[in-house]
Design a binder for this molecule. Structure first.
Ligand SMILES: [Fe+2]
Length: 196
């Protein structure tokens, strides 16, 4: 497989990721409580639509079609966001969970665009590099804005009283708790070795 084909694959992944976010961001905007956070998600939704269009330009430039690959990484990250929206935390603590989920989506995209830009640079695809850099810059700026908006929210959340940790209730929570124990077990021998 040539580097060009690897790049096309990665770009299709990004295209799917951005389209998934066009669906997910309105849910974060609707679900979050803090007005600044809400506005940020709304603004980033508009940017994300522009990013989808820019990716279409990239594909046009490369003479390829943008569809053909579903990004399961972003599906997982979006799923974590949906979990955060289902938490019955209150006010700032609820928003704190959403901040964590939102930053994950941005950094996932930052990693994806960084890799694609490196590949496009290697291939001498200057127009592709410049279009992708526009998208990357928007993701970096969005992550910074979310982090800045998070500061007062986290402070308020820190002032909220502790509640007793509840045992997992739903089937999904139970599966998640069980899998986390399996994750720990599977890594235990390797972690022990590095600690020794
Ligand atoms: Fe994006």
């Amino acid at each position: 497989m040539s580097l060009r084909n690897v790049l096309i694959d990665e770009l299709r992944d990004m295209y799917s990721a951005e389209n998934q976010l066009v669906k997910a961001l309105p849910k974060l905007a609707k679900g979050s409580i803090d007005p600044t956070l809400k506005d940020l998600f709304k603004t980033h939704l508009e940017e994300t639509k522009g990013q989808v269009l820019r990716l279409r330009q990239v594909f046009e430039h490369l003479g390829e079609k943008p569809t053909g690959q579903h990004c399961s990484g972003m599906e997982g990250v979006v799923e974590e966001g949906a979990d955060a929206l289902e938490k019955d935390e209150e006010g700032p603590s609820f928003d704190s969970g959403i901040v964590g989920a939102a930053l994950r989506t941005e950094h996932y995209e930052i990693a994806g665009y960084t890799a694609c830009i490196m590949m496009a640079k290697t291939l001498g695809e200057r127009d592709v590099v410049s279009l992708l850099t526009e998208n990357l810059n928007e993701e970096v700026a969005a992550a910074k804005k979310i982090s800045a908006a998070a500061q007062p929210i986290l402070k308020q959340s820190a002032a909220q009283p502790d509640e007793e940790e509840e045992a997992p209730k739903t089937a999904k929570e139970k599966t998640s708790a069980r899998k986390s124990v399996q994750d720990e077990k599977a890594a235990a021998a390797a972690v022990k070795k590095s600690a020794a």
